[in-house]
Design a binder for this molecule. Structure first.
Ligand code: NAP
Length: 283
């Protein structure tokens, strides 16, 4: 039976550590860390994620502001908002909730964020830092996954690591973070041939595709650590990319969905906000 990687409890611990750090920093610098989220349109999933981020900030004594714009906001207006936030000394972190509507060039908007306030680690400069091995502002989901592996003493160095999915948000930064920790990394995607065999090499298997229960036991080497990033809604229920009931008896470690990777994403966002704050106030 696999050990359950309990991201929910770990995230709770990280959030209370962040809260303590915030109290200490505020005593010393008399400035409250401040994260601003820009939310465009009424996508229910985005609204839920943003509410979760607001709640987590509040509990950690981080000020959070949400700038809400209608779906028909122009790209120029959005870029102007980012410019103002970049200039505003009271704002330490900026996050643009994705996806943006089709008429807006996401890349241009993200690139407008000052790299020092880029809590998601999506700007080209922060991506370059990650590739160079400096991962302080790495994207929250993959960084949270590394925290889970570390918390359960799952060694990365020299291990076969397979990442399924190559998005800018999860798959690619995940591969770099594992490589930075001396894993031997393979990235799979929709054109990968014989994907089960490739996945089965993995000591650490990270799945970030978005296809419910795509990974069954035929993908998993006995004893592997299986990290399920996927979130799909099927019949009103959240499902991961991993068929938990089939994989759990084979794996050595496994994250549940929900309660695995998701909570650590938000906890890592708080940590990245503190990193930005410390750089800006010179702490
Ligand atoms: P994405 O941008 O849609 O990327 C999906 C990736 O999966 C692509 O690289 C795609 O390959 C690959 N893929 C698609 N079908 C495949 C197949 N049959 N076999 C192998 N690879 C396949 O998605 P994402 O933003 O990375 O998100 C992935 C999932 O994680 C989603 O369910 C999302 O909701 C979830 N997520 C969860 C969290 C969290 O905090 N828990 C955070 C972010 C995302 P190509 O590149 O070849 O198209």
């Amino acid at each position: 039976m696999a050990t359950l990687l309990d991201g929910k409890t770990l995230a709770k611990n990280v959030r209370s550590e962040v809260k303590e750090r915030v109290m200490t920093l505020m005593e010393k610098h008399d400035v409250q860390p401040h994260l601003t989220v820009v939310l465009v349109g009424g996508d229910p999933a985005s609204q839920t994620y943003v509410r979760g981020k607001e709640r987590a900030c509040k509990n950690a004594h981080i000020k959070s502001t949400v700038i809400r714009k209608d779906n028909d906001v122009s790209e120029d207006e959005l870029l102007g908002i980012i410019d103002d936030l970049n200039e505003d000394d009271s704002v330490h972190g900026i996050l643009v909730q994705l996806p943006l509507p089709d008429h807006i060039n996401e890349e241009r908007v993200i690139e407008r964020i000052s790299p020092k306030k880029d809590v998601d680690g999506f700007t080209a400069i922060n991506v370059a830092h990650l590739m160079a091995g400096d991962d302080t502002l790495a994207p929250c989901t993959p960084k949270g996954i590394i925290r889970i592996l570390d918390a359960y003493d799952i060694d990365i160095e020299g291990k076969e690591c397979v990442v399924i999915g190559r998005s800018q948000i999860v798959g690619k930064p995940m591969a770099h973070l594992l490589l930075n920790r001396n894993g031997t990394v393979t990235v799979c995607h929709s054109r990968t041939k014989q994907i089960e065999q490739v996945a089965k090499r993995a000591d650490i298997l990270v799945v970030a595709v978005g296809r419910a229960h795509m990974v069954d036991e035929s993908f998993v080497k006995p004893g592997a650590a299986v990290i399920d990033v996927g979130i799909s809604k099927v019949d009103g229920k959240l499902r991961g990319d991993v068929a938990f009931d089939e994989v759990e008896p084979v794996a050595g470690y496994i994250t549940p969905v929900p309660g695995g990777v998701g909570p650590m994403t938000i906890a890592t966002l708080l940590e990245n906000t503190i990193t930005c704050y410390k750089r800006i106030v010179g702490a």
